[in-house]
Design a protein around this ligand. Structure first.
Ligand code: PRP
Ligand code: URA
Length: 213
């Protein structure tokens, strides 16, 4: 785990880096790509939940009564940004099945690169929850900024943004718009190209997950 600054954490774990290389490879097909997104999300979940509080309870093993630790009543919500964020959801839920799930539908207009909202359904008790926003790609940052602005209207306890690849432009824009959230990513790439794609990146993540191109 590498700290870029207090709010940006880059996961340099060898397993995450290995899987990310396979994801970047244009010869990886949809089935493999989808599985990798889920596996990387699961590994990121493990790291991004390091600060969850624990409490001690008494249990009985087959051998003796003992005190042992469990997660202490912290309520979580996962909010994938449609579509590509859905690829990360199962990996997160595998680790924390009790989390509630919200969805925010945004797509980037191909010409303006501005996000367009088309769906929004959040858990009704989101104000009692710590929220993890999921989207594999942070490019211009527009989609993440809008999604987080929408979620903030419901006053969650905290927000973390988990992406797989970030651009320097996206990190800068998101940090400027929301300086109170933590951003976790598996890689910080070089730059955006003229079409707003991350270089070297992995191409269009939604299309690669769902095989739509
Ligand atoms: C992709 C990606 C992000 C967004 C990132 O989604 O999943 O949501 O682009 O770009 P930005 O940081 O410049 O906003 P896209 O709009 O292609 O929609 P999709 O997931 O439905 O394919
Ligand atoms: N969205 C993607 O899926 N890929 C990029 O490189 C940029 C935005």
């Amino acid at each position: 785990m590498k700290l870029m600054n207090d709010n940006v954490i880059i996961f340099d774990h060898p397993l995450i880096q290995h899987k990310l290389t396979l994801m970047r490879d244009k010869n990886s097909g949809s089935k493999m790509f989808r599985e990798l997104v889920g596996e990387v999300a699961m590994l990121m979940c493990y790291e991004a939940t390091r600060d969850l509080p624990l409490e001690e309870i008494e249990i009985e093993t087959p051998i003796a009564v003992t005190k042992s630790k469990v997660l202490s009543g912290r309520k979580l919500a996962f909010v994938p940004i449609l579509r590509a964020g859905m690829g990360m959801l199962d990996g997160m839920l595998n680790m924390i099945p009790a989390a509630k799930v919200g969805h925010i539908g945004l797509y980037r207009d191909e010409k303006t690169l501005q996000p367009v909202e088309y769906f929004n359904k959040l858990p009704t008790d989101i104000n009692e929850r710590d929220v993890f926003v999921l989207d594999p790609m942070l490019a211009t940052g527009g989609s993440a900024i809008d999604a987080i602005s929408i979620i903030k209207k419901s006053h969650p306890k905290s927000i973390k943004f988990l992406c797989i690849i970030a651009s320097p432009e996206g990190i800068e824009a998101l940090t400027k718009a929301h300086d109170d959230i933590h951003i976790y990513c598996a890689a910080l790439d070089e730059r955006l190209n003229d079409n707003g794609y991350i270089v070297p990146g992995l191409g269009d993540c939604g299309d690669r997950i769902f095989g739509t191109k």
